[in-house]
Design a protein. Sequence first.
Length: 227
Amino acid sequence: MEDVKIPVHLGIIMDGNRRWAKLKGKKTIEGHLAGANRIISLAKYIFKKGIKYLSIYAFSTENFNRSEEEVSYLMSLIIKFFNEKAQELNKENIKVVFSGRQKPLSDKILNVMDKVIDLTKNNTEGILNICLNYGSRLEIIDAVNKIIKDKVQVNEENFHKYLYQDLPDLDFIIRTSGEKRLSNFMLWQASYAELYFPETFFPDFDEHELDKALDEYNSRNRRFGGN
């Protein structure tokens, strides 16, 4: 019996919250709430599977171009989410880190981020990397600026240290809702990642859907540029 291949680092672009809400005749904000609740159940299941790193694309720098009402709600939801879920994440032994620029996030959001980072910093079940106010091009630019400031000779092996988080490259990226693009998500880390685009909207992307995705990953032959 062959060993089952499990990704070390899984990335999820959680797309389709708004379309899920529209399809069900709900408000947009209800779709975002359903998506936020899905993160917790998925994260717990993913780490129990033996995956060690999970990066979630929660809010991109481009998302600030949405309506003022929607952005304001999303910011409030982020604060509410971590105030309510921090203890649950800690109980599950999950370490939380963040990737993204701090500006223009409010002090309230930065404070709640700092609290959950501090609360979970010693946890070992898995690392949940929340990409918040994140854009991969900006991440690379910020890394290059740090390198220039430090006046160091950089190569592929140590460039990771200058990114927002020093994590292994992505093995597998799932983008829900059927959209087939990365949308500026962890481009450096995604160099040889396998890609999977289920039609399911993120609020409906449950453990069964994840198992189907992992079965697909297991069937892939990763060659990393070789034959």
